[in-house]
Design a protein around this ligand. Sequence first.
Ligand code: DAH
Length: 337
Amino acid sequence: MTLLEKINHVRDQFNTDLERISDLKSWEELKNTYLGRKGLVSKLFSRIGDVPPQERKTIGQALNSLKNELQNQVDSLLQTLQEKVDESHNVDYTLPGFPIFKGSRHPLTQAIDEMLSIFARLGFDIAYGPEVETDWYNFSSLNLPLNHPARDMQDTFYVDEGIMLRTHTSPVQTRYMTQHKPPVRIVAPGRVYRNEAISARSYCMFHQIEGLYVDKNVTFADLRGTLELFCKMYFGSDARIKFRTSYFPFTEPSAEVDVSCFLCNGKGCRVCKNTGWLEILGCGMVDPNVFKAVGYDPEEVSGYAFGLGVDRSVMQKLDIPDIRMLFDNDVEFLKQF
Ligand code: DAH
């Protein structure tokens, strides 16, 4: 057989073999057999030296075109095979992709983080206390001795005698003061528990942020200035605050603070029930008996404290009609925020 005949023979053989290729493994073998480094095509090339010089050009061209032809066929076969694999996996590249939902922080966590960062900028440290609390910290240290009628203000979940789920974050005040000397400037976020009838407006667990500032010569004006600044930073620069006299055993004098409604700016609307104001916190000047309980001298230091209800503010701000929605952990609901 002449070299030219061999070239044509290899081509025919390739075309026959090509018909039988049905998967990537046999395709790989075919490619190596013909186009590999020691494949049939390169064997033919190695014999070009035996060809008489006047024929070399023709043979060379025939070899090159064989090589290109085979390469093209091998390439297009690969594409066909890959398409077949995709089809067998039922991949339809024209379909839209599956959306990836990003998780987000719970709206209450977002609000608490935002409030804490405002207080942090005003120089407050963050303190924490346990949710299971002793009677002394939850009540007695806060000027609510045993049999004090004000204990009935908060319906308590008892864990054991003298042990309860804290009914407010105020015990973090006395916990902190027993461990630190004045001056003290803290905010304490956390869950609190009350045995109340569950409804759209009240739940057995909710969130507060406690504030406490104790130093020499702390006045009610300091309290007012701090709360006003906080409200402007959190609710918006138009926010105004109003103090109403109130009673808490651990502060004297005591007050409740309303902030002008962020939605109607005080004109009256659905969110503020036409009052123009939203109740946000209780506060006052730390009662001397609280200082005595933690070993501070009420003649030396004075201080203010406040307790901010987080859940209702979040409900008003985000227009959430039922407090239970905050605790159902329904992802469809939560992913809106
Ligand atoms: N602990 C009170 C409550 O849960 C709120 C409160 C009122 C906290 C006045 C304070 C305060 O620190 O000074 O109802």
